[in-house]
Design a protein around this ligand. Sequence first.
Ligand code: PLP
Length: 416
Amino acid sequence: MTVMSALSEPTLDVIQVRRDFPILERQVHGKPLIYLDNAATSQTPRQVIETLDHYYRHYNANIHRGLHTLADEATAAFEQTRDKARDFINAADRREIIFTSGTTEAINLVANSWGRANLKPKDEILISQLEHHSNIVPWQLLAAQLELVIRVIPVDEQGALDMVAYRELFSERTRLVAVNHVSNAFGTINPVREMATIAHQQGALIVVDGAQAAPHEPVDVQHIDADFYAFSGHKVYGPTGVGVLYGKAELLEAMPPWQGGGEMIRTVSFDAGTTYADIPHKFEAGTPSIAEVIAMGRAFDWVNDIGIAMIGSWEQHLLAHATRKMTAIEGMRILGTAPHKAGVISFVVEGAHAQDIGLLIDQLGVAVRTGNHCAQPLLQRFGVEATCRASFAAYNTLEEIDLFVESLERVIGMVR
Ligand code: PLP
């Protein structure tokens, strides 16, 4: 991957980056695709696609259980991704990396294993108002079953967390904080390190949903001091159906298994009972998404070749450009204007329904997301049911942003 050198402007060679993405050559409704739905899923570079293809052509086999060559090769490649994932988020120990089907499953694992083993009636969980449903509903399910209390950390008008309220919400019953690192709906970057420090001072743990942070900024779980950190492969240029749960080793070791089955046991007996494998395997029951895990490792390599900081600063450049241009549109309301934001712009336009904008702009080849972004409590807080959301990735260009804004203006003109 070529990165041209310059001092002030971000120096990503975006034309070169785009060559890695076959899908960007396609047309939609006869127009070149402008893909701005990256917060939902990012597109996949050919290196990752080739890794999937190579696996199925050359060494498709179940892992950890065979003695034959193919099984050995598949196991080695699978386990290599664990090392890559450890490096990607700077975990201290490869055993702290658990492969899941994604962020959703990772959070459900924490809720059902750590939560059931450690929470009692009247215990309190703090959840931010910025959360994706996948960091709300697992806790609500648990709260209903264990009679827990959920308290909500509010956001201010800009969509930033109210840190004064956060501090005040703690009580002697607070056991856990569940917060995202970056909001998918507004792009707000949350001060998770500071939040972790406060949580720990109060004797609580913190689970960080990193689904929207891992693709955009360097993540260091040790620096954050996160107890748990979750993210999904498909938002980091990898395949769907895989993700990572990081957990501190001492916590994972003390937690009971969540799902039972093959691969997660040491011995199984009807008479003597069952004993479990060491971490991380204790939490990886059954046959995982082998090809996808291996290909996710290739996605980490791809990101590392460019540099995650470089990707992040390119997206900041796109964000600033798009915000400037969009703010000039009459009736435009951007939701989420926190000082620290990732490349996400959620917006509504006076007199134009978000749904109509989404459908019509698709006719012009532009893919944006429309709806509640799985963040209904946040949208309710801002008095809207739906927004349009444009979200950026390493392969988006300034020209695409210009075309997007032009298309947006055309569409608004049509529906008003
Ligand atoms: N958390 C956040 C902040 C997200 O943006 C998403 C997906 O959009 C998720 C969690 C859920 O991720 P997945 O569907 O990959 O499990």
